[in-house]
Design a protein around this ligand. Structure first.
Ligand code: GAL
Length: 393
């Protein structure tokens, strides 16, 4: 081997060591990923008060790697989530506000727990066991995300969770009979856990004293480049869904389960969110982009991978696992710059995306969809995991 060839070989070896090092190993300072080196903790502080004078607390969860999540008791909102990039730097990947007042003034469900029924119910009407119910309508003629005062706008009870490999907060809320038009007293428990595997795990439980529709979900807007870093159109998305539920112009499913094949809804292979979003397509027109329920191939029978998202600049990957049969992929089409968020960042059109695990929208009116009715004596149990890691090129 000639001398110049040896030099090239050595430079290549050194170069790859440096590169792999920067992708997998963190430093020692704060704000940096430190695998297994951080003391796990849950701490609580007061975040503010509602107009009625109720105290709102925020729980800060820190895992053994320094990954952090902050969750407040108002709406069970995930205020921030700091996960590593491919240089080992921690960055906040969810949109939101710095102050409680901004949430109280109204926001597009940033990071909230959504219920009693997440997503839409056509005209807010359904019939259950022969009784017709009229829910609050808050989205044109339809019911959306639990109505005028959904679970995103109430103060939840809370207590810290400390386990061997996770820290968390267990939230509880009693939704009374007749609230927003729903039948039955519904007792809900939602537990957020931050595990040492860098997963944000959400467990939903609910019991009722009368049959009622329930569809609990989590409404974070993600931007894996970091909150406030602009459009999410370059994120690559894969959805484990061969079918979706097409909607009418009010975003109510027609009842059909349609194949994604040959349509802009096909995310069965990793595809950039923006690559077909402007295509001439009736469904994209109705949604103003992506705002659709995907039918998960798993059928929702067991915890299974539902989605994987990759952002190349940061190297961040997010995987979503769920026991639910569907996932709403929403590309942030209603964000329009009116929300000035954390650190003064302006959230413009498509600056965040949501992946809301769920039962299919309008299922109380669609006998062919998996049932979202919870009955006395039968507890609702559902689990979703958002898992984070980085990919080295
Ligand atoms: C999403 C829903 C959108 C929009 C948004 C809130 O979950 O799919 O249509 O309502 O919430 O702005």
């Amino acid at each position: 081997m000639k001398n110049w060839q040896k030099s090239v070989l050595w430079l290549t070896v050194i170069g790859s060591v440096v590169f792999v090092g920067s992708c997998t190993v963190g430093g020692s300072e704060a704000g940096v990923y430190r695998k297994g080196k951080v003391k796990m903790s849950v701490s609580k502080e007061v975040f503010g008060k509602t107009a009625e004078g109720e105290e709102v607390d925020v729980y800060r969860l820190v895992n053994a790697n320094g990954v952090q999540a902050r969750i407040m008791t108002y709406g069970g909102v995930l205020l921030s989530l700091e996960v590593p990039d491919n240089k080992g730097r921690l960055g906040d990947v969810v949109l939101g506000h710095d102050r409680l007042e901004k949430y109280l003034a109204g926001d597009p469900y940033f990071g909230a727990i959504v219920g009693r029924y997440g997503n839409r119910i056509g005209k807010g009407k359904f019939t259950l066991d022969g009784v017709a119910y009229q829910l609050a309508t808050n989205n044109g003629e339809n019911h959306l995300h639990g109505g005028l005062k959904g679970f995103d706008k109430v103060v939840w009870g809370a207590r810290a969770v400390r386990e061997a490999d996770a820290v968390g907060v267990r939230l509880n809320y009693m939704s009374v009979d007749g609230e927003e038009g729903y039948p039955g007293n519904l007792s809900c428990v939602v537990t957020y856990r931050l595990t040492n595997e860098d997963e944000l795990k959400i467990d939903y439980e609910a019991t009722t004293d009368k049959a009622t529709p329930v569809n609990l979900t989590h409404h974070s807007y993600f931007n894996l480049a970091g909150q406030g870093w602009g459009e999410i159109l370059n994120h690559e998305l894969m959805l484990m869904a061969d079918k979706f539920t097409p909607v009418d112009k009010g975003l109510i499913p027609t009842g059909e389960l349609r194949s994604v094949k040959g349509t802009p809804m096909d995310f069965t292979r990793p595809t950039k969110i923006g690559s077909r979003i402007t295509a001439e397509d009736e469904q994209l027109k109705f949604g103003g982009g992506y705002d659709h329920n995907f039918v998960l191939n798993s059928g929702g029978r067991k915890l299974a991978l539902a989605a994987r998202v990759y952002e190349a600049l940061s190297g961040r990957v997010m995987e979503v696992y769920t026991t639910e049969p569907g996932i709403q992929f929403y590309s942030g089409n209603f964000l329009d710059g009116t929300d000035v968020g954390k650190g003064g960042k302006v959230y413009n059109y498509r600056n965040g995306f949501c992946l809301e695990t769920q039962h299919f929208p309008d299922s109380p009116n669609k006998a062919e969809f998996p049932s979202a009715i919870v009955r006395p004596g039968k507890k609702l149990e559902s689990e979703t995991i958002y898992k984070f890691y980085v990919k080295c090129k």
